[in-house]
Design a protein around this ligand. Sequence first.
Ligand SMILES: Nc1ncnc2c1ncn2[C@@H]1O[C@H](COP(=O)(O)OP(=O)(O)OP(=O)(O)O)[C@@H](O)[C@H]1O
Ligand SMILES: [Mg+2]
Length: 383
Amino acid sequence: MSETSSSKNDGDKPPGQRLKRFWRVAVLANIKDESQPKPEGVPPDAFADFDHIETVQSIQQAIETDGHETKFLMADENLPYALQEYKPDICFNIAEGLGGDAREAQVPALLEMLRIPYTGSRVLTNAIALDKTLTKRIWRDRKLPIAPFQEFSTGDEPLRPELKYPLFVKPAREGTGMGVDMNARVENETEMRERVKYVIQSYQQPALVEDFLPGREFTVGQLGRPDAKRFSRHHEWYDPDGFHRLPILELKTEKSATPGIYSHAAKAQQLGEKGAPEYICPADVEPELAKKLHHLALRGHLILSAIDVSRVDFRLDTDGNPRLIEINPLPGLTPGYSDLCLQAAAEGTRYEDLILEILYLAAGRWELLEPRDLPPMKKRRKK
Ligand SMILES: Nc1ncnc2c1ncn2[C@@H]1O[C@H](COP(=O)(O)OP(=O)(O)OP(=O)(O)O)[C@@H](O)[C@H]1O
Ligand SMILES: [Mg+2]
């Protein structure tokens, strides 16, 4: 895939806050190359989390509407050289990384080493969030509601008594529904052992076994941090705590390619296509449940030290209580398709504004922006 480069004029936003007239922004991504055969021995859904070049182009276009120069840099072994040559002011990072036990942290680690500013969460959060077992151990320690779970490294470990069938088996360190299909739900010991061994062998990583959560499924997106308003292009979006809660998205998967499961096969379908889930946003939920989901999503984000943007996935348990499944500090950003983009669209936020917001929040952290002076907070009257 060749690199694309483009620049635009200064855009129509007053660059008053920017310390430079425009930024050189490198968009970093791993791209799906469907023309190449997959290497031998990888599972059928390998590289499913990589992006299409069109997503990168959409991000570039969104950033250019604000007057910046952009360039796509492939997040592969040549990235260190490409960065040194392009010398970006900041990187917009959507790179999934190239393997190992914390691939989503590879690019942030490189950028930290080269001291180049970048969007979103830093190394530790990206590393831990990719590992669903570690994430759940941390959340459990802070008393967040999660399903009972156990990690299997060999497949021969005795099953802990608190886990009750049906169970759900998935690779501990994948995303985009990889390794999740109708056989992920297991009803008994034989099925569980078979699936665990399949996951360990095919995905070359531990298998995470959890209680099967039979209830409704939601995903909750959030933007911001306590000082977000000082750097945001839309300070009116943010609640007094500095966070913007996007509308809750419900995934209805009963009629999808994998009924009841938001799998890779279901996610791969375009909206409205046969086999795709129904995406309901804003979800039709009681205000109390909505409040709980937003509260838990933000707790999950903060406990893992996620920065500026994330999406937290939930399912309801047998009693109808939400349980956190996982957090995505690098949520998909394909316009009109990725969950976070659907959530933004549902509240009337333009794709360009979502992308620029992620960029500006990062720019504020890396001192590319002068913080905005905000009018003093109105004092609350005591009742
Ligand atoms: N314990 C569980 N009980 C029931 N279903 C589950 C459970 N864990 C996961 N699932 C189903 O599998 C899907 C994928 O799981 P999960 O969100 O952990 O993986 P992912 O591949 O990282 O997702 P993403 O695409 O959001 O990165 C969920 O959306 C849900 O439908
Ligand atoms: Mg998920």
